[in-house]
Design a protein around this ligand. Structure first.
Ligand code: MRU
Length: 367
């Protein structure tokens, strides 16, 4: 997507052919800064500290992290160490493990002398593939949006509601949940997006609002608690979110607060869609509540907030009374029964094992 007229991806290989570069998402929307990742420690820290974030981008960054490790030292010991280091950087998005497994199985059979180049090549392929997958999620989601548009009087603005950031900043390009919205906007469909601010890290207010604004998509940021009220008043035509891990039977793990939006959507008859690429599906598990590790992040993300003052400086302020404890579970699981449809690169399916297998028959236990 373009930032002030210049096309960007979220992560790319620098001109020296070794350093990896990524947009620093901790500074948006106040500053647009590109960070150099020079070794596997830099890549690990970038994922852990959310310089890069969002399930597909975490996978892409991990792939480049393995490449940086191979540039440092292509030994078997480094391959194993880099895999573990990167795997431990964040627990919930399964794209991380998917990318690391892919790189490890590509690199392990090769002689050390060939690993560096093979790792960079595979990381670049994973990035290119992510862009194409997300573009196709957009095309498939656009079909659903056109159905919603067709049921309205001609020219009516369609209102979507999204949570967290599942736009191009969360992927290599296009996004998952936001890709259908960009494609609808590009096709001339009048569309407006309610953007949940997404406390405590504010990915909605800081990132989704920023990228929608840069692309010219009309949007309004709302407090996380406002969505149910808007749905009760007919002001939301559909909800669309991303996923960090979707189980074999269609339970969807995503940013904390997603479940509450799905409940409100269900109660109000509002379609609730999830956009996701195939590396986000964890075929090894069925029950999202039981089997998905939920990241617990620092209480400081709840107790403090950073923003720009009227004089233009960044400032961090405390929100809680002294002595109050804070807890920060970063994801929740929306049961499959609350999901209207899973929008993937292969098409749209029901959130169920049968639905997913209709698109990915190679994952059937008999196959
Ligand atoms: O903690 P984050 O910002 O990495 O969480 C991101 C999300 O929950 C996204 O909605 C999810 O990764 C889907 S991204 C296309």
């Amino acid at each position: 997507m373009k930032v002030d007229g210049k096309p960007y991806r979220t992560i790319w290989l620098g001109s020296d052919g070794t350093t990896v570069q990524a947009i620093d998402q901790t500074l948006l929307p106040h500053a647009f800064v590109v960070r150099d990742l020079r070794n596997v420690a830099d890549a690990t820290n970038a994922i852990r500290n959310m310089v890069v974030r969002g399930a597909p981008l975490i996978g892409a960054a991990a792939a480049y992290g393995m490449a940086l490790a191979m540039a440092e030292d292509p030994s078997d010991a480094m391959l194993a160490r880099a895999y573990t280091l990167l795997l431990e950087s964040r627990p919930t998005a399964v794209n991380l493990r998917w990318a690391l497994d892919d790189l490890r199985s590509t690199l392990a059979p090769l002689p050390a002398s060939k690993r560096r180049d093979a790792a960079y090549k595979r990381a670049a392929e994973i990035c290119d593939e992510d862009v194409e997958i997300c573009r196709r999620i957009g095309e498939n989601g656009l079909v659903e949006i056109r159905r919603i548009v067709a049921a309205k009087p001609p020219g009516t603005t369609i209102n979507a509601l999204t949570h967290c950031n599942a736009g191009w900043l969360a992927t290599v390009d296009w996004g998952t949940a936001l890709s259908p919205i960009y494609q609808a906007h590009n096709a001339g469909i009048p569309i407006h997006v309610w953007v949940d601010e997404t406390r405590p890290r504010n990915q909605g207010a800081s990132l989704t609002a920023w990228e929608l604004g840069k692309h010219g998509v009309p949007h309004t940021v709302i407090a996380d608690n406002a969505g149910g009220h808007l749905m009760q008043h007919g002001k939301v035509d559909f909800c669309i979110v991303g996923s960090d891990r979707t189980t074999r039977r269609g339970d969807v793990c995503n940013k904390i607060g997603t479940y509450l939006k799905a409940l409100a959507a269900h109660d109000n008859g509002v379609p609730f869609y999830v956009g996701l690429p195939y590396p986000t599906i964890d075929w090894t598990i069925e029950d999202g509540h039981r089997d998905i590790p939920i990241e617990e992040r620092s209480a400081r993300e709840v107790s403090h907030m950073t923003g720009r003052t009227d004089s233009g400086e960044l400032a961090t302020v405390a929100l809680l009374p002294e002595g109050s404890a804070a807890a920060n579970p970063a994801f929740d699981v929306t049961p499959a029964r609350l999901v209207t449809g899973l929008i993937t690169e292969r098409g749209v399916c029901a959130a169920s094992e049968a639905g997913l297998l209709s698109l990915y028959p190679e994952q059937s236990r008999a196959a």
